[in-house]
Each structure stands twice: as structure tokens, then as C-alpha cells.
Design a binder for this molecule. Sequence first.
Ligand SMILES: Cc1cc2nc3c(=O)[nH]c(=O)nc-3n(C[C@H](O)[C@H](O)[C@H](O)COP(=O)(O)OP(=O)(O)OC[C@H]3O[C@@H](n4cnc5c(N)ncnc54)[C@H](O)[C@@H]3O)c2cc1C
Length: 356
Amino acid sequence: MQLQENIPLAPLTTFRIGGPARFFVEAQSAGDVQQAATFAQSKNLPLFVLGGGSNLVVADNGWPGLVLKVAILGIEQRLGHNDEGKTIFDAGAGEPWDRFVSQAVMAQCAGVECLSGIPGSVGGTPVQNVGAYGQEVAQTIESVEVFDLKDGQVRELCPEACGFHYRSSLFNTSERGRFVILRVAYALTPGGEPHLAYADLQRHFEGRETRPNLAETREAVRHIRARKGMLIVAGDPDSQSAGSFFKNPVLSESQYADLERRASAKGLTLPSYPGLTAQSLENSRKVSAAWLVEKSGFARGYGFGHVGISSKHALAIVNRGEATAAEVLALKDQIQHRVEEIWGVHLEPEPVMLGF
Ligand SMILES: Cc1cc2nc3c(=O)[nH]c(=O)nc-3n(C[C@H](O)[C@H](O)[C@H](O)COP(=O)(O)OP(=O)(O)OC[C@H]3O[C@@H](n4cnc5c(N)ncnc54)[C@H](O)[C@@H]3O)c2cc1C
């Protein structure tokens, strides 16, 4: 384990914002994770686990404790199938997520093709139950291997134990900060058809006579994401972001009715989306946060000091160069305030805030 001091965190995030970590360690194995945890405990330092830094806003003053970057690599396809005929892939938490998706698609295994192009690491995906275009990792995760910081044990969590919901799991709610994810096993469908449930994807393939295969679906998803600034492309000014800054609100029946009333009073039609995982609210509806942001006066390309809204997607706050975390938070507050005032809906930020 190589301990480093005062390491700038901004270059380790997609937002490229924020101060340094007082201590920094890159862990290539479970043993490294254990040593880092022991070091943090012995010095009474707060520990933060870093993946690909793609869902993160780091405070301008940085982080006064230890940042543990998980760099455990390796993707293995197990021989044979499980009881349900699925092929199991074991992936190290430090593997780039999109490399894993590419490998699964090349092996003709379905289940994650719609999650192509999402930045970050394999280990980051269970944390907020990553999802896009009608798929989310809760549908394919077989198990998650973790290092438990509470007792120093390595254990395997089944999907039920992970408590997956829309953009949440026990890793970012009830047990936040307790587990370091070491590996994730995904159960994929060999020879399976691509999932083409979302309108964007259906439009992309409109007029085609043959059904697209997994590789074509992956390319289509990456193409659609690039158009929306949701793919990291070197040199694209809209790429310096943490992706969607707000979660799509999940509303109860009465909240939804109230929002619809407000929209129709303005002569507007409210777009809503099918939910994915079982939600705690019965008859709940997921509405578009991007729509709420745009209809509150924050158009694409909106500028605010060194930050702004992506010119391609209303939901992404972008760093236009030299931005500070304080500016990001000020814009976030402004958006939340206006959306609540006009639509009566509270927008919850999606990225993790570190050091505030
Ligand atoms: C352009 C862009 C597009 C995006 N599109 C999507 C999208 O379509 N859908 C979606 O769901 N998300 C999307 N995201 C958000 C982000 O990519 C995902 O949430 C991703 O899974 C985060 O992984 P990461 O490794 O970068 O995590 P980080 O940003 O490093 O960390 C995020 C959180 O996960 C925790 N964490 C990370 N790794 C581990 C680990 N090994 N063990 C324990 N905890 C860990 C961290 O402590 C932190 O709390 C997008 C982001 C960007 C920048």
C-alpha cells in the first residue's frame, strides 16, 4: 500500500472540481483495502471510497481524511451457466464500467447493453443502482463482494440484501460508508435479445426490417448519449459534469395530480416515465427532472459564472472551466428553489457531495 499526501482530487473526477485529499491510497487488492482501513482507523481519519469520480462533487477545501481509490481489476466469465441459464461475469470494482459492458456485448450476453457509455467504475454501479434506457444493474447483479469496515470481514451480499430501488441501495442510504465494494458478479443472458423499450432507441432503429443485435444497440446507446452530452468525449465542453445533476422525482398519486394541474394551467403537457424497480409508493409516477428544470427558466446553455447548464441536456450542470464547487452549489440551490416555487416539487441531487 502506497500512502500519498495532499493529492488533488479534481483530476480524478469528471467534473474536474474540488480540493485535495489529505491522504490518498490506491487499492489493487482486498489486502490493500484492509491496510488502508487500518491506517484510517489508527489515525481516526474519515475514509472516503473513490471509484471513477463520475458521480461526485468535491468541496473546494477538499477532504481532510483518507481517500481510498479502488483499483481492483479483472473480468472473468465463469464456465457454464447458473440454475437460470445465465452466464456469470465477475468484475473487479476498479474496472471501467464501459469496458465491462463492451466485453459482455462481445460475448453475446444481454442485460447491460443499454448501460453502454456510462462513465465510472464497476464498483460504483451498485451504489446508486445505475440505470439508463430501460435497464438498471439491479436486474442483473448476482452478488456484490464487499469489505465491511465495521468488522474488517469480506462478505458476499445477495441482491435482496443490497436493497435496490430507483437510484438507491443500502450503499447510499442506510449503510452509507460501511462497505468497500471489491467485486461485482453480473448474471447475463447468453444469446439474449437487446432491450429496446425506450422511445429514443426505438426511434433510432425506425424503418429497419431486422432486429438490431447487442453490438448495434450498444453503438446506438452511445450515439444517443453523445448527442445529449451524456458520453465523456475528450474536448467536448459539455463533458465536464457529473451527468444528471438531479434525480427524476417519483411522485405519489396526489403529488402527480397537483403537478398536472399546474402544468395544464400553463397549457403544458407533463411527460412522465415508467418506473423500474418496485417503489415504496403505490401508483407512483416518475416525472422528468429535465422538463421541470427547463420549464423553470433554466434552458440548455444557461450560464452562471464559471458553471452552467449543458447545451445538450437541461439536467447536467457543467464546469465551463475554472469553476468552483461553491458555484455549482449556488446554481443547484437556485434551480431547486425555482422548481419548488413554480411546480411544488423538490428536486433531489444525484451526485455525492464530498467534504461539504
Ligand atoms: C456524463 C455522465 C453520464 C452519466 N450517466 C448516468 C446514467 O445514465 N445513469 C446513471 O445511473 N448514472 C449516470 N452517471 C453517474 C455515474 O456515472 C454513475 O453513478 C457511476 O456508477 C458512478 O461510478 P463511479 O465509479 O464514478 O463512482 P464515484 O463517482 O467515484 O463515487 C460515487 C459514489 O459511489 C461510491 N463508490 C464508488 N466506488 C465504490 C466502491 N468500490 N465501493 C464502495 N463505494 C463506492 C463512492 O463512495 C460515492 O459515494 C453519469 C455520469 C456522467 C459524468
